[in-house]
Design a binder for this molecule. Structure first.
Ligand code: GDP
Length: 197
């Protein structure tokens, strides 16, 4: 069936978003990063599911080696299932994402979010970026333009509305993301139908 994967650092609001997208309630475990198995949800029909992949990056109380392993598992899952994945949603925290990217860059590291964005592209999955916690962001346009810049997308962000989706999952304001995903679904269905022409 068709699958949409959610990836992102821990604590960006992935579980909250998952709940909004699916209407399913589930235990987030209380502690960020403890949901290490892919969780599958039906949505928009039986052939369709969302997969919430484990959060990566810094997690308090989780050692470096374990964190690296989690990221490796996420990458492997996406690679192995790339054929059936019709969209990859990279969830970021709109309030902190730029600072975190820039800090990693300054240390000579590749920021996880940037790496994951390019990884999805490399395996042929056009990424959708859910920029969450926009309720905490004052300088909305500037922030979203900065994010485009860091991801190698030419600003202004309004040119990328199928890719950059500002949301507030906590309040259920996820319309931009649902719209972008709707476009991906229709595209995937069209391609599927074209196979039989
Ligand atoms: P996960 O680790 O990525 O699954 O993150 P969670 O869904 O557990 O959320 C982490 C924290 O961010 C929780 O305290 C949520 O209430 C909070 N959160 C999630 N979405 C939003 C949002 O849109 N705005 C704000 N301000 N907080 C949010």
């Amino acid at each position: 069936g068709d699958e949409v994967v959610l990836v992102g650092r821990s604590n960006v609001g992935k579980s909250t978003l998952m709940r909004e997208l699916t209407g399913h309630r589930f235990d987030t475990g209380g502690k960020p990063g403890v949901t290490r198995q892919p969780n599958h949800y039906d949505w928009a029909g039986p052939d369709f599911m969302f997969t919430d992949l484990p959060g990566f990056g810094f997690m308090s109380g989780v050692e470096e080696g374990k964190r690296e392993q989690i990221k490796t598992d996420v990458v492997r899952y996406v690679e192995e299932n790339a054929e059936q994945i019709i969209a990859g949603v990279l969830v970021v925290d709109g309030k902190s994402v730029i600072d975190i990217i820039d800090r990693h860059q300054a240390n000579g590291d590749i920021p996880h979010d940037v790496e994951m964005f390019h990884f999805l592209q490399d395996v042929g999955i056009d990424p959708v970026v859910a920029v969450n916690k926009m309720d905490k962001v004052d300088d909305r346009d500037e922030r979203l333009n900065d994010l485009c810049d860091r991801l190698g997308l030419y600003p202004p962000w309004q040119q990328w509305q199928e890719t950059i989706c500002p949301i507030t999952a906590k309040n259920g304001s996820i319309g931009t993301l649902e719209e972008a995903l709707g476009d991906r679904f229709r595209e995937a269905k069209r391609e599927e139908l074209l196979q039989f022409v």
